[in-house]
Unconditional design. Structure first.
Length: 208
């Protein structure tokens, strides 16, 4: 029902995305108290500082990224691992990063229990990514940003793509960045919204 009422009506038509979202049990990747709300059509609060992006946003983001079976992906702010599990159905390997060690361990445990053996969850600052395992063909950021640090885009392979929700005041837009000649060029994809992740705030400028 989630796929039929939220994903397909959003013009997401690529079979690998539909198949992955039909195959991955979303309720397995949320806290027990939130299982009944796992398939709602909005961002789902899974911790005090983290949401699971609504199905429509994740699906449209993946379509815009044009994920391929040979790709290695970096999933920033994976929560309890749902986005990582979906990506793992679509590409060769996924490295996920969580900034809270307990949450990272729980995500890895759920992924293992669900038989996802081509993904690894690391703990560390989200904005630093996981450079030792890069470079990556695809980077997804599972939350809002005001700015994307160069330390993260440096981990994107030449020709690779990155997608995230940029917050502009109260409005949010998903942009996809394409890395060409070492520079990431951003393009508008669609409207969406999500809370800003730690480390992705715009630097404050002080004037005298």
């Amino acid at each position: 029902m989630m796929v039929d009422t939220q994903v397909r009506p959003s013009d997401v038509t690529k079979f690998p995305i539909i198949d992955a979202m039909l195959s991955v049990p979303r309720e397995a990747y949320v806290p027990d108290s939130k299982r009944e709300a796992a398939y709602i059509g909005e961002n789902l609060q899974i911790d005090s500082d983290r949401v699971m992006l609504e199905p429509r946003t994740l699906a449209k983001m993946l379509e815009a990224l044009n994920v391929q079976p040979s790709h290695v992906a970096l999933d920033i702010g994976c929560g309890l691992g749902y986005s990582t599990a979906v990506l793992a159905q679509m590409c060769d390997f996924v490295v996920a990063v969580e900034d809270e060690e307990g949450r990272a361990q729980e995500a890895q445990s759920i992924l293992s229990d669900q038989g996802v053996d081509n993904a690894a969850v690391m703990s560390g600052p989200l904005a630093e990514g996981a450079a030792k395992s890069g470079p990556y063909d695809i980077i997804t950021i599972q939350g809002g940003v005001e700015d994307v640090p160069q330390a993260l885009t440096d981990q994107l392979r030449e020709g690779g793509r990155i997608a995230c929700v940029f917050l502009e005041g109260t409005l949010g837009v998903v942009r996809v960045g394409h890395k060409l000649d070492g520079v990431v060029n951003w393009r508008f994809a669609f409207n969406a919204s999500a809370p800003i992740l730690a480390g992705f705030e715009k630097a404050k400028v002080f004037a005298l």
